[in-house]
Design a protein around this ligand. Sequence first.
Ligand code: NAD
Length: 496
Amino acid sequence: MSGLEALANEVLRSGTLAGLPTGHFIDGHFTAPSAGRMMESFDPGRGEAFAEFAAGTEADADQAVASAARAFPSWRDTVPAARGRILQRASQLILHHLDRLAVTESLDSGKPLQEAIGDVRGAARTFEYYAGACDKLQGDSFPLGPDYLGYSVHEPVGVTAHVIPWNYPLSTAARGIAPALAAGCTVVAKPAEQTPFTALLLAEILHEAGLPAGVCNVITGTGGEIGAALTRHPGVNHITFTGSVPTGQTVMRTAAEHVTRVVLELGGKSPVIVLDDADRDQALANVMGAIFENAGQICSAGSRLVIQRGIHAGFVEDLVRRARALRLGHGLRRPDMGPVNSAAHLGKIAGFVDRARAAGLEIATGGETATDPDTGKGWFYTPTIIDRASPHDEVVREEIFGPVLTVQVADDEEHALALANDCQYGLVAGVFTRDFAKANRLARRIDAGQIYINEYFAGGIEVPFGGTKRSGFGREKGLEGLLSYCRTRSIAARIG
Ligand code: NAD
């Protein structure tokens, strides 16, 4: 048995994981919360608490921001290639600690272990990518004629705050922290109160990789208390917020007080268009993954299938068959689909589907709460497909953030486009067709930040990611993600 399986089995047996951090990570070490208060983190697969973590307060946010501010000048002035070497070591150490990170992530979030392993590998890749970018952040020169010298440099913005949601705790932390560090910024990150642990472990790994004390701090606690304290802090120069629209709006309003820069990565209700000439098996597999991976708790989940009329009935029948075959279970038992993250979230998902059922919509499959078949515990929702939904239905308009797919029928390409764009969000979209000209036409006209053609979730850290409309603004990932943490300084000199 591998070390990973042994650790997973031990956690399943004992119901907890030994040695998890209990404090904030500030100034290069774990430190107890100043008010001495702790909170519980829950295992969604059992619906039971498994560990405690620090319930931070404003004083802790102050301490972390002060630490990041002290560390900034020397990190800013560290030779970029040297910054890159530390990030590269961090990438290797993330892989070295893969077992512990993946088991912690699966236990804390509920996601299947194989998905958590993918997230850890993705985090390592993110650090590798930005390690290589540190010494390639070049400025420009400007043609002012022989008597002048004009040039620009990208300089780091300073102390950056990162507010992180519970669905991809480690990946989201990595995709913000790695480019911030690469640019020469320092960091205070706040993971969600549902999933505090992997961000803390990441901070410890960065320290092990040689990151100086204070360059990356992680504080834990509720959004209302420590999250709000962090985002209104005058010492913070930039905020990367990933989460819901209402909280994003609050953060944006708060940031306005000190004219602090923000990147907002918010919700989604992303369409997957399947045209009648699509490769059927490829489309089926991708539509399933787009909505049932991480139990649909993905900002970029493909939660609205828009399918051409000629193939609609048979395609939905196949989807239903596949959805019914999905095996639910505790994340650490590597199920096809794990639990949702909390009891409150389960109630919210069930509420959407119950209202749809009461309104007479056709629930083709699913629509029930469930438990782990091995233990009878946990917060599960059956894979759900709601057929023949219309644009005004609540389940089509609102982000459910669970394993619930709605199906809308389109007459042709233009109709599919209109249905896809009839949405308050614009994060991503999928298009399935064998005709690349059609795919390209749609990709240019769907109002979303990223379009996947013939493979949902195609692309990696190299590809910029972010929303339009209520999905937010600003871009993470890619070189554009690096520039989010920079400001341009232009210099013009008379030399002749
Ligand atoms: P949420 O907005 O409730 O919480 C997100 C984070 O904000 C948490 O860390 C929380 O503690 C913190 N927070 C809460 N109140 C705060 C406040 N007043 N000030 C500062 N911080 C505060 O979101 P959630 O329910 O945890 O996450 C799900 C949402 O996140 C979904 O809408 C999903 O689509 C979105 N999301 C978006 C992306 C993306 O990249 N676009 C990625 C993942 C999740």
